[in-house]
Write a protein that binds this ligand. Structure first.
Ligand code: ZN
Length: 317
């Protein structure tokens, strides 16, 4: 009787134990996914403190919470390997070393925000420039070719903003059909900008961002090569980590654009804010701009134009 009882109990417990083990497994996987997302959130390259690994895609700088008044940047590797000590001769505070992610260096970086406008110039450009002037802040315009907009290209430069290369055609099918096609297009917009403004720009942003998957449709895996080749050819590419999401629809309400920015800005001390300069369809981006600037500044960010020395916020997937 006692044996039968035991046998009966075991049969009851086996599925329970299996279910528990399964749930535990799910929880572990979920935890790992969260960690992974965090580690791969974004990469900052070109940061002077991190010169030894700048432009190296293998590492991610993950900002961590403040500890004893010092904010730490944790260097993590996506491959789980130990990262090299970044700064020669700098002692690494023991409290800043994470056993999970490797070497860290305590740095309190200033809060910097880059306002970036893609796909212009347009009939909105001068309106945007006037607002920027009013607040005395400089922004970055990732431009494409638009006929008859010479005045706008020149004004961007003359008023002290950064003119950067986005693409000549912005035609995914064309530019992502091959590496040669991509660089032919990039050089074409570079030459055009130089001929109109006299400025040679090495700062660029891939149409769709470096993490775009649409390019696979035209040439599978092309982004991996392009990201490497662009840097080798002396360009510096920037993605973004704060998205106004103004590209999701035409004239998204001002309040929504603001909420989108508020939702992610303060996660980063180096914030690259994505907006668009594309005329009538993005009038609300212009309307929201004063409030965006005021909010960003109220959060303690210094608004700066992107230069060749700026931190390059890059998608890391
Ligand atoms: Zn674009």
């Amino acid at each position: 009787m006692s044996r039968n009882n035991n046998g009966f109990n075991s049969y009851v417990y086996i599925p329970l134990i299996l279910t528990f083990a399964f749930l535990l497994g799910c929880f572990a996987v979920a935890l790992m996914t969260i960690r992974d997302d965090e580690a791969q959130d974004y990469t900052i390259a070109n940061v002077s403190e991190f010169d030894t690994v700048s432009k190296d895609e293998k590492y991610s700088y993950v900002e961590t919470k403040e500890d004893d008044g010092i904010r730490y940047y944790v260097l993590s590797t996506t491959e789980g390997e130990q990262a090299p000590d970044l700064v020669g001769g700098t002692e690494v505070s023991s409290s800043s070393v994470s056993s999970e992610t490797g070497i860290t260096k305590p740095v309190t970086k200033p809060k910097v925000a880059y306002l970036t406008f893609d796909d212009g110039p347009s009939e909105n450009t001068i309106k945007i420039l006037n607002i920027l002037d009013k607040y005395n802040v400089k922004a970055t315009f990732f431009v494409i070719y638009h006929k008859g907009m010479e005045k706008q290209y020149k004004e961007i430069v003359n008023r002290g903003h950064t003119i950067a290369l986005h693409s000549y055609t912005h035609n995914y099918k064309k530019i992502y059909s091959s590496e040669d096609a991509y660089f032919a297009d990039l050089k074409k917009i570079g030459n055009y900008i130089k001929s109109v403004t006299g400025t040679e720009s090495k700062i660029t942003r891939f149409p769709g961002g470096s993490s775009n998957t649409i390019s696979n449709k035209y040439s599978k895996g092309i982004m991996k090569n392009l990201k490497k080749e662009v840097l080798e050819q002396g360009y510096i590419y920037h993605d973004w980590n704060v998205d106004s999401c103004d590209a999701q629809d035409n004239n998204i309400p001002v309040e929504t654009l603001l909420e989108n920015i508020k939702g992610s800005l303060t996660k980063y001390r180096q914030a690259n804010i994505l907006m668009h300069d594309t005329g009538k369809a993005k009038q609300t981006t212009v309307d929201a701009l004063p409030q965006i600037i005021e909010y960003v500044q109220a959060q303690g960010y210094d608004i700066q134009p992107i230069t060749e020395d700026s931190a390059a916020i890059r998608h890391n997937w």
